[in-house]
Design a protein around this ligand. Sequence first.
Ligand code: UDP
Length: 382
Amino acid sequence: MTSALFVSHTGEKGGAELFLTDIVKAGPQSWRACFLSGGAAVQDLAASGRPPVMLSAGEKMLSIRRDSSVGVLLRGAADVMAVAWQLSRRAKDYDVICANSQKALFVCALAAKLSGRPLVWILHDIVTDPAFSAVNRRASLAFARLFAKLVAVNSGETGRAFIEAGGEAEKVRIVYNGFDPARGELHDPGKAARLRAELGLGPAPLIGLFGRLSEWKGQHVFLEAVAAMEGVQAIIVGGALFGQEEYEASIRRQASRLGLDDRVRFLGFRSDVPELMAATDVVAHTSIVAEPFGRVVVEAMMCGRPVVATSGGGVTEIIRDGETGLLVPPGNAAALAAALGCILSHPALAQRLAQAGREDVSRRFSLEETCRAVSVLLSEAA
Ligand code: UDP
């Protein structure tokens, strides 16, 4: 079995870090996570008996963002060198180094060179997204070209964007996120009613929206859609990760302005997402730009819930519109409200979509299959 060190710059639980914790927990002992700063993923892995390697990245490196200028990138370079040196010493114990984020790519590339280990970049982003500064995009593509042996992408769309931006097609391998199909057992009307009561929710149909609070995730569009619907209540689950506190404040103000304080509950970051999903009548996904993959979409389908999602990006590889869920155009609150209303008022349709969706994603996105794909990738890179 090829051993590997999987490196993320953050231990906060974004989708990329959840992918990492899932595969490390389910994979062989020779796979280990490494984080360059702390967060809930660190405790999660430690509690499951797979403690990650912790290295400290300097503040200047951590302040590099996807839209960073040349100056910020250069100031981060000294920190990158220092962490890369520490990492190279740890990397010698592994066959392959995997960079699980763009910031990690810069560090891992140098560490791979210093330690003589092959590098795999696990790409979780659509690099042509305008949210990435041109300099950031060029730098990561150059590093991928010069240092990465393979690039694992989380969807066909992510791969297409990488190639369109100048990445080498022959390095690309698709590795979808994987999930435990046992989530499908969670939907139980009795449990759902108890959880709703615990949350102080009423008997009205419940719509769930899951994901970190960020403008591109479209929580503001969701609020508009809920305001246009009568007799429904909603939960918004997720925290303002990665400096999005101002957006959170703005959508809380929006909810009050729209008179939704009694109908919409903000639950913050939760670690019981599957149970909460199972307690809803329908799950919405509202990203206004193409989602690279969309873990929450698969998770909701696996929990046997009907899903209305915005079309684009990886989501179109997950949902077949009208068969395993409904797709609506991004940023269109009226279309979202109409599709959610359609599911709530047609129980037979809701059940058909939920059942077909659950069967389809359980087959295509199991954690077992993902671990197998990662093993194949590592042996090819080694
Ligand atoms: N998530 C969570 N708690 C929350 C909100 C989200 O654990 O309160 C998880 C969610 O279950 C999913 C991940 O965060 O596994 C988000 O992944 P996704 O691909 O949807 O979005 P990303 O954050 O990667 O853009």
